[in-house]
Ligand binder design. Structure first.
Ligand SMILES: C[S@@+](CC[C@H](N)C(=O)[O-])C[C@H]1O[C@@H](n2cnc3c(N)ncnc32)[C@H](O)[C@@H]1O
Length: 248
């Protein structure tokens, strides 16, 4: 992060939920973001993206919103299916880097979009997906309602996000990695290592799988289910918008 932490909030995760600060932080790490992720996740990010793309099952003729898309790493594999993909993010830096890298893909467009006030009409998309983004949004429940609004009745939601390994041993190992290893590696490879301190704190403060499922349901989604990836380090939540108009 570029900011000097003030003394009031208790963690960087609190600080980082300020939208201007979050977008500023991602603006700053945009160029090296994907490479640093691959290093810090020990290459697992590729597997998580494959699992997410499979859950979405993109097809030609569909319109898909990939929200908090960053540089479009998750959007590109969706666009390969032939689906019309909109990559939305509120960081101008991430969007610019995404356009620079993937601007030539005709069925992939990059749009500046705040997840809590989406610049899209009701029921525009067959699927809305968000990878490693919802945790960063200042009001995730509002974002879940906005995602519902722009999804067609019967359409689907796929959320890929860091979570909490259910097994105590794995949870301990993961905590050790995040608290002790990640800060050292991030300082060696990232242009802004504070951003990765924020990452650690925001993961620690994020709800577990069951709690997140409850919040998705509370936003109006149905058929909410999840599956753990890498022992629950990441969870893939899926849900559907009620098909009957007016039920959401
Ligand atoms: C960790 S990155 C994930 C990027 C990409 N989805 C991926 O899988 O690599 C989180 C992204 O969320 C975006 N973000 C955070 N809050 C947002 C909001 N309210 N609206 C839109 N994007 C937001 C950030 O700008 C950042 O690009």
């Amino acid at each position: 992060m570029t900011e000097q932490p003030s003394r009031t909030p208790s963690t960087r995760a609190d600080l980082g939920k300020d939208p201007a600060r979050v977008s500023g932080m991602f603006d700053e790490v945009a160029a090296g973001y994907d490479r640093t992720n691959t290093i810090l996740s020990l290459g697992n990010d590729k597997l998580w993206r494959i699992a997410t793309t499979r859950a979405i099952a993109p097809r030609r003729g569909q319109r898909i919103l990939d929200l908090a898309a960053g540089t479009g790493a998750s959007s590109v594999s969706l666009a390969r299916s032939g689906a019309e993909v909109v990559a939305g993010d509120f960081s101008a830096g991430m969007i610019a880097e995404g356009k620079r890298r993937h601007g030539g893909i005709p069925n992939l467009s990059f749009v500046e979009a705040d997840a809590t006030a989406l610049p899209f009409a009701d029921e525009e998309f067959d699927t809305v997906t968000i990878s490693f983004g919802l945790r960063n949004v200042n009001d995730p429940d509002k974002a879940l309602r906005e995602m519902l609004r722009v999804t067609k009745p019967g359409g689907s939601l796929v959320i890929c996000e860091f979570s909490h390994p259910p097994a105590a041993l794995m949870r301990g190992l993961y905590r050790f990695y995040n608290d002790r290893v990640l800060p050292v590696v991030a300082r060696a490879f990232s242009s802004n290592a504070d951003a990765y301190d924020y990452l650690n704190e925001s993961i620690r403060d994020w709800p577990d799988q069951r709690t997140l499922a409850g919040r998705i349901r509370a936003a109006g989604w149905e058929q909410v289910a999840w599956r753990d990836l890498s022992f629950g380090i990441v969870a893939l939540h899926r849900a559907r918008k009620p098909a009957t108009p007016g039920r959401a």
